[in-house]
Write a new protein. Sequence first.
Length: 132
Amino acid sequence: MRLLLDEHLDPRLAVELRTRGSDVVAVVEDVALKGRSDAELVDVAAARSLVIATYDARDFLRLVEERENTSHPVHGILAISIRSFPTGSRGHGQLLRALATTLDERPSTMPLAARVVWLTPSANERERRDRR
């Protein structure tokens, strides 16, 4: 799976995931993508066969529904819940591990079976959180 990190995601995630061998681009790293609307990002991601990782699930879910039976499909959305993955440095490591696990579990040639998949913490991460 190839991943596009939405504008609000820390670009360091893309750098760290690329060092692990994943194909990841952060919107803020690409001048041509910065400031684009969600609809435009969906078009670019589809053209490049990228799955969009985002905390902005509500807007992207609406786009998925709108485009479901059109000639402008959504390649895939990896939705991230702020409850499961806090923003900022507090949740950075947990989000990095979950993204890495997801990328490792899905071959690069396999698109999302569903247009939207929710990112979930790994079993180890859930155990760590439950112990707190």
